[in-house]
Design a protein around this ligand. Sequence first.
Ligand code: C5P
Length: 403
Amino acid sequence: MYKKKRILLIITGGIAAYKMPELVRRLRERDIEVTCILTKAGREFVAPLALSAVSGNRVYENLFDLDEDSEMGHIQLSRSADLVVVAPATADMMAKAATGLANDLASTTLLATDTPIMMAPAMNVRMWNHPATQKNVSTLKDRGVVMLGPDEGDMACGEFGFGRMVDPMDIVAAVQDFFTPHRPLSGKKAIVTSGPTHEAIDPVRYIANRSSGKQGHAIAAELAKSGADVTLISGPTSLAVPENVTFIPVESARDMLAACQSNLPADIVVCAAAVADWRVDQEAGQKLKKDGSGTIPALALTENPDILATLSQMTQGRAPLVVGFAAETENVIEHAKAKLARKGCDWILANDVSPSTGTFGGNENSIHFIANNQCEDWPRLTKLEVATRLVERIAQRMKAEDQ
Ligand code: C5P
């Protein structure tokens, strides 16, 4: 018999709490039942009435609201759920959960539950980076808590960095994935390049670019969730290595190409790295010095190998599906179609990276999906949603090839 999935949503005191009625609505649209616990601090950012209206359930706030006869005790409250989601999860709530403190309904429930837990942290970047928080996060992860984010970006407090709660739709995607793990790519091998490359000028200086690696890392994570055996080859980024991927850190374009080649054969190659087109022809063995004469060193550049083109144009052992990206600032579709033809890859995901779009370093992307000289415009999506959509397409293509 079909049984509705049930979530216990614990809302703690972060500004992102105001987004929770929207999250509840999106979950209910997917036929998921939601019951909310709201902490005292959470109540400052979202009204219990809004949550009870959208969830269709009573909102629990106080340990002593729960009398055994008419209501569930806190143990029942968590046990009757298939999944506990803490969003936003404050540094305080994570510290309580990590140390086993139980002094309100939310923390008592977290201590009493043996139901799987997901947390979507949200806090100021300094609080997130603080060793105490990082230790709590790793303690919770070791105990099996799944952390969603946080994302990097502008914060309500005016600072920039990691600490923004992930988009509510990313929480929905993680919840759906939890309930119906879908492994259409099991048995397939994938190579993903991500991040920038660093091209040394001398032992201390390098040429780089603004790529955050978010899109490539998200694709690697989604491919792994779909069951693929993923090797993520990335230039330097500040991102965590996604779960269940083999990670190969590299610096230069040449290292990246060599790592790709030594991991072939593969069924799928996705080149999402922002590879430097040029490197310094003669890397200096010692730090270049000002000599006081006012002479400025001339940096002669030489072209880097094109990884996407090299892997697309292999005459033997080419991966059946090679996917590239095209970051453009003008005539996006026209340039991307020409790039696909020139490099010889199968698909190109083109995006407009003009500064006004906020794509570089941001969390969203507007993609034009180009295959067989046809262009399909995707709506503006989070980078995680782009990854999900791309991996769905990859799975369809692999299924068609296997038939
Ligand atoms: O030529 P352009 O850099 O615009 O091409 C972008 C695509 O090519 C991306 O998929 C990028 O990962 C890939 N690329 C590469 N090696 C290079 C330059 C770009 O793999 N040297």
